[in-house]
Design a protein around this ligand. Structure first.
Ligand SMILES: Cc1cc2nc3c(=O)[nH]c(=O)nc-3n(C[C@H](O)[C@H](O)[C@H](O)COP(=O)(O)O)c2cc1C
Length: 343
């Protein structure tokens, strides 16, 4: 059985290749998740601090997808594991039974506890775990026996691993390592995939599907403010205009993220000042003066944390999630065929 068939057994509505929107915290809500699932992908709702707000999103998705035949709520639900109250989350899992629980940002030991609890609370829910290194893949495969691993390359937008590799080397190395150890876990690639070329590349690297975060920032169903959308559509030369750094979390107060994680954002004045040697204290004080000065027009380029991956330069227009899904699927086939014919 192919890895896609394994996924299709518990995600019967998906079309090939598997494409899922990243469960972007506070951004990927029920509208996006519903639209992506309806378009034959795995729609996902991102982490929210307020479980009450999250319940509302899950309720909306449940109503919107009530006509789809599925033993589960046909979406994924993202959990940022570190610091999250496990008991409260299990109540949500037991109540809504999402098809996939997407876990990220924790040690193998913590992930093992969450995996076991989710399987107890909602046995139909499959556990996908996002990680970014060969070592983590081996540890998590052994500890959690996940239903899929999402391999996050360093091009990814949003939070990720400070040290990392692009999916070009990450996916095949993990595939080889896990296969040598006897694991047959579907692998799904994330990071820098924004179109059919990236998706085709991910499949040839050994992935069974692709995650897109940055591309879906420009979906009409995504909940982002206009300044954020415009910054995404205007950005070009993604490797130059984005950067990975911890400063994006440090500037607003204590940084709760464990030390191994940073995030990729559009570069802004905060980042430039930090890179030039400014201390967090100095930059915070500059920022607060500017924010309190009515004459200083504070621009998103000064301080906004516009999380985006290196593929941002390829995201040039807004579109519905259904159109994005169709275009990426069609282009993936086109590019795989073209590559085959050129051999
Ligand atoms: C705005 C934004 C928010 C994100 N939030 C989360 C999150 O809450 N949990 C998570 O595991 N990953 C999160 N990510 C990372 C994604 O899961 C994924 O790895 C990434 O979007 C893939 O790279 P791409 O943006 O180049 O497609 C986020 C990414 C973005 C762009």
């Amino acid at each position: 059985m192919s890895s896609f068939d394994t996924l299709k057994k518990y995600l019967p509505w998906i079309q090939s290749p598997l494409i899922a929107n990243a469960p972007m915290s506070g951004i990927a809500k029920s509208n996006l998740a519903t639209a992506v699932t309806r378009a034959g992908g795995l729609g996902q709702i991102g982490f929210m601090d307020s479980l009450q707000d999250l319940s509302k999103e899950l309720e909306t998705a449940k109503e919107a997808l009530a006509d789809l035949e599925s033993q589960t709520l046909p979406i994924g639900l993202g959990v940022i594991v570190f610091g999250s109250p496990i008991d409260a989350w299990m109540t949500l899992f037991a109540k809504y039974k999402p098809a996939v629980a997407w876990l990220s940002f924790a040690s193998a030991d913590e992930l093992q506890i969450w995996t076991e609890e989710i399987r107890r609370s909602s046995p139909q829910t499959r556990v996908w775990i996002q990680l970014g290194s060969v070592q983590a893949a081996v540890e998590v495969a052994r500890a959690c026996r996940p239903d899929a691993l999402v391999l996050q390359g360093i091009d990814a937008g949003g939070h990720g691993h400070e040290d990392g590799a692009s999916i070009v080397s990450l996916v095949p190395e993990i595939a080889d390592k896990l296969s040598a150890l006897g694991f047959t876990i579907p692998l799904i690639a994330a990071g820098g995939i924004v179109d059919g070329r990236g998706c085709a590349a991910a499949l040839t690297l050994g992935a069974s599907g692709a995650i897109m975060g940055t591309r879906f920032l420009a979906a009409e169903e995504t909940a982002i403010p206009t300044f954020y959308l415009n910054a995404i559509l205007e950005a070009s030369d993604g490797g130059q205009v984005t950067a990975r750094s911890r400063v994006f979390d440090e500037i607003w107060g204590p940084n709760f993220w464990p030390e191994t994680y940073d995030g990729r954002c559009l570069k802004n004045t905060v980042y430039e000042k930090y890179k030039a040697g400014g201390s967090i204290k100095e930059i915070r004080s500059w920022l607060s003066t500017r924010m309190n000065d009515p004459a200083a027009a504070l621009h998103v380029k000064d301080m906004g944390s516009v999380w985006a991956g290196t593929g941002v330069g390829l995201v040039t227009k807004q579109g519905t999630a259904a159109n994005i899904m169709q275009e990426v699927r069609d282009d993936t086939r086109k590019h795989l065929n073209r590559a085959r014919l050129s051999l």
